[in-house]
Ligand binder design. Structure first.
Ligand SMILES: Cc1cc2nc3c(=O)[nH]c(=O)nc-3n(C[C@H](O)[C@H](O)[C@H](O)COP(=O)(O)O)c2cc1C
Length: 173
């Protein structure tokens, strides 16, 4: 079975999550490709998809929207697992908020996504430019100051658990 793990990213931390997921999937007899969404020319031949993006200003990245639009017909009807990385999930009501506000529900329904993965990401304020700083302070919709989440919060155990469930579904032991 051929699986495509495709990701969007701005600062690279989501790419690292995708690579890690690819490694977990490869523990079984699965033919796994990990690629940035913008570099995927064709999705022909893939039997399942694991798609992920960080959240910027309340939405997944444009490169993910473009990918979903471009390959919409090929994706529908195949197993699609979707995940997002963000900092809002670190807040008290964050998981619920992220699940409901950060994904476009009609798109999820159309793709038949049942298990949306929501993971804490990595924010490094030293690595972002002034434009991004402005976006973050003006558009972040949590209750806490985004600057209070300046760290690497990626929970590899949680990411592994979510991916393992997909691996076991696609290639039962
Ligand atoms: C300019 C900017 C805007 C962001 N907007 C949000 C947001 O609206 N909600 C949120 O939960 N996280 C937000 N984040 C946090 C990112 O989702 C998080 O840092 C992510 O892990 C970055 O992934 P990347 O390293 O792959 O680009 C934002 C980060 C930046 C730098």
């Amino acid at each position: 079975m051929k699986v495509l793990v495709a990701y969007a990213t701005t600062h690279g931390s989501t790419a690292e999550i995708a690579e890690f997921m690819g490694g977990v999937l490869k523990e079984r007899d699965l033919d796994v490709t990990v690629a940035r969404v913008g570099q995927v020319q064709s999705v022909q031949g893939y039997d399942a998809f694991v798609l992920g993006s960080p959240i910027y200003a309340g939405m997944w990245l444009t490169e993910m929207s473009q990918f979903l639009e471009k390959f919409n017909e090929e994706l529908v009807g195949k197993p699609v697992h979707f995940w997002i990385a963000c900092i809002r999930v670190l807040e008290a009501d964050g998981l619920d908020a992220a699940q409901h506000e950060y994904v476009h529900k009609p798109t999820m329904e159309k793709l038949g996504v049942k298990d949306l993965g929501v993971f804490a990401g990595k924010l490094n304020l030293d690595a972002i430019d002034w434009n991004e700083r402005w976006t973050l302070s003006a558009r972040y919709d949590g209750k806490e100051l985004p600057g209070s989440h300046n760290n690497d919060y990626r929970d590899w155990k949680a990411i592994r658990a979510w991916t393992t469930a997909i691996r076991d579904q696609l290639a039962p032991a």
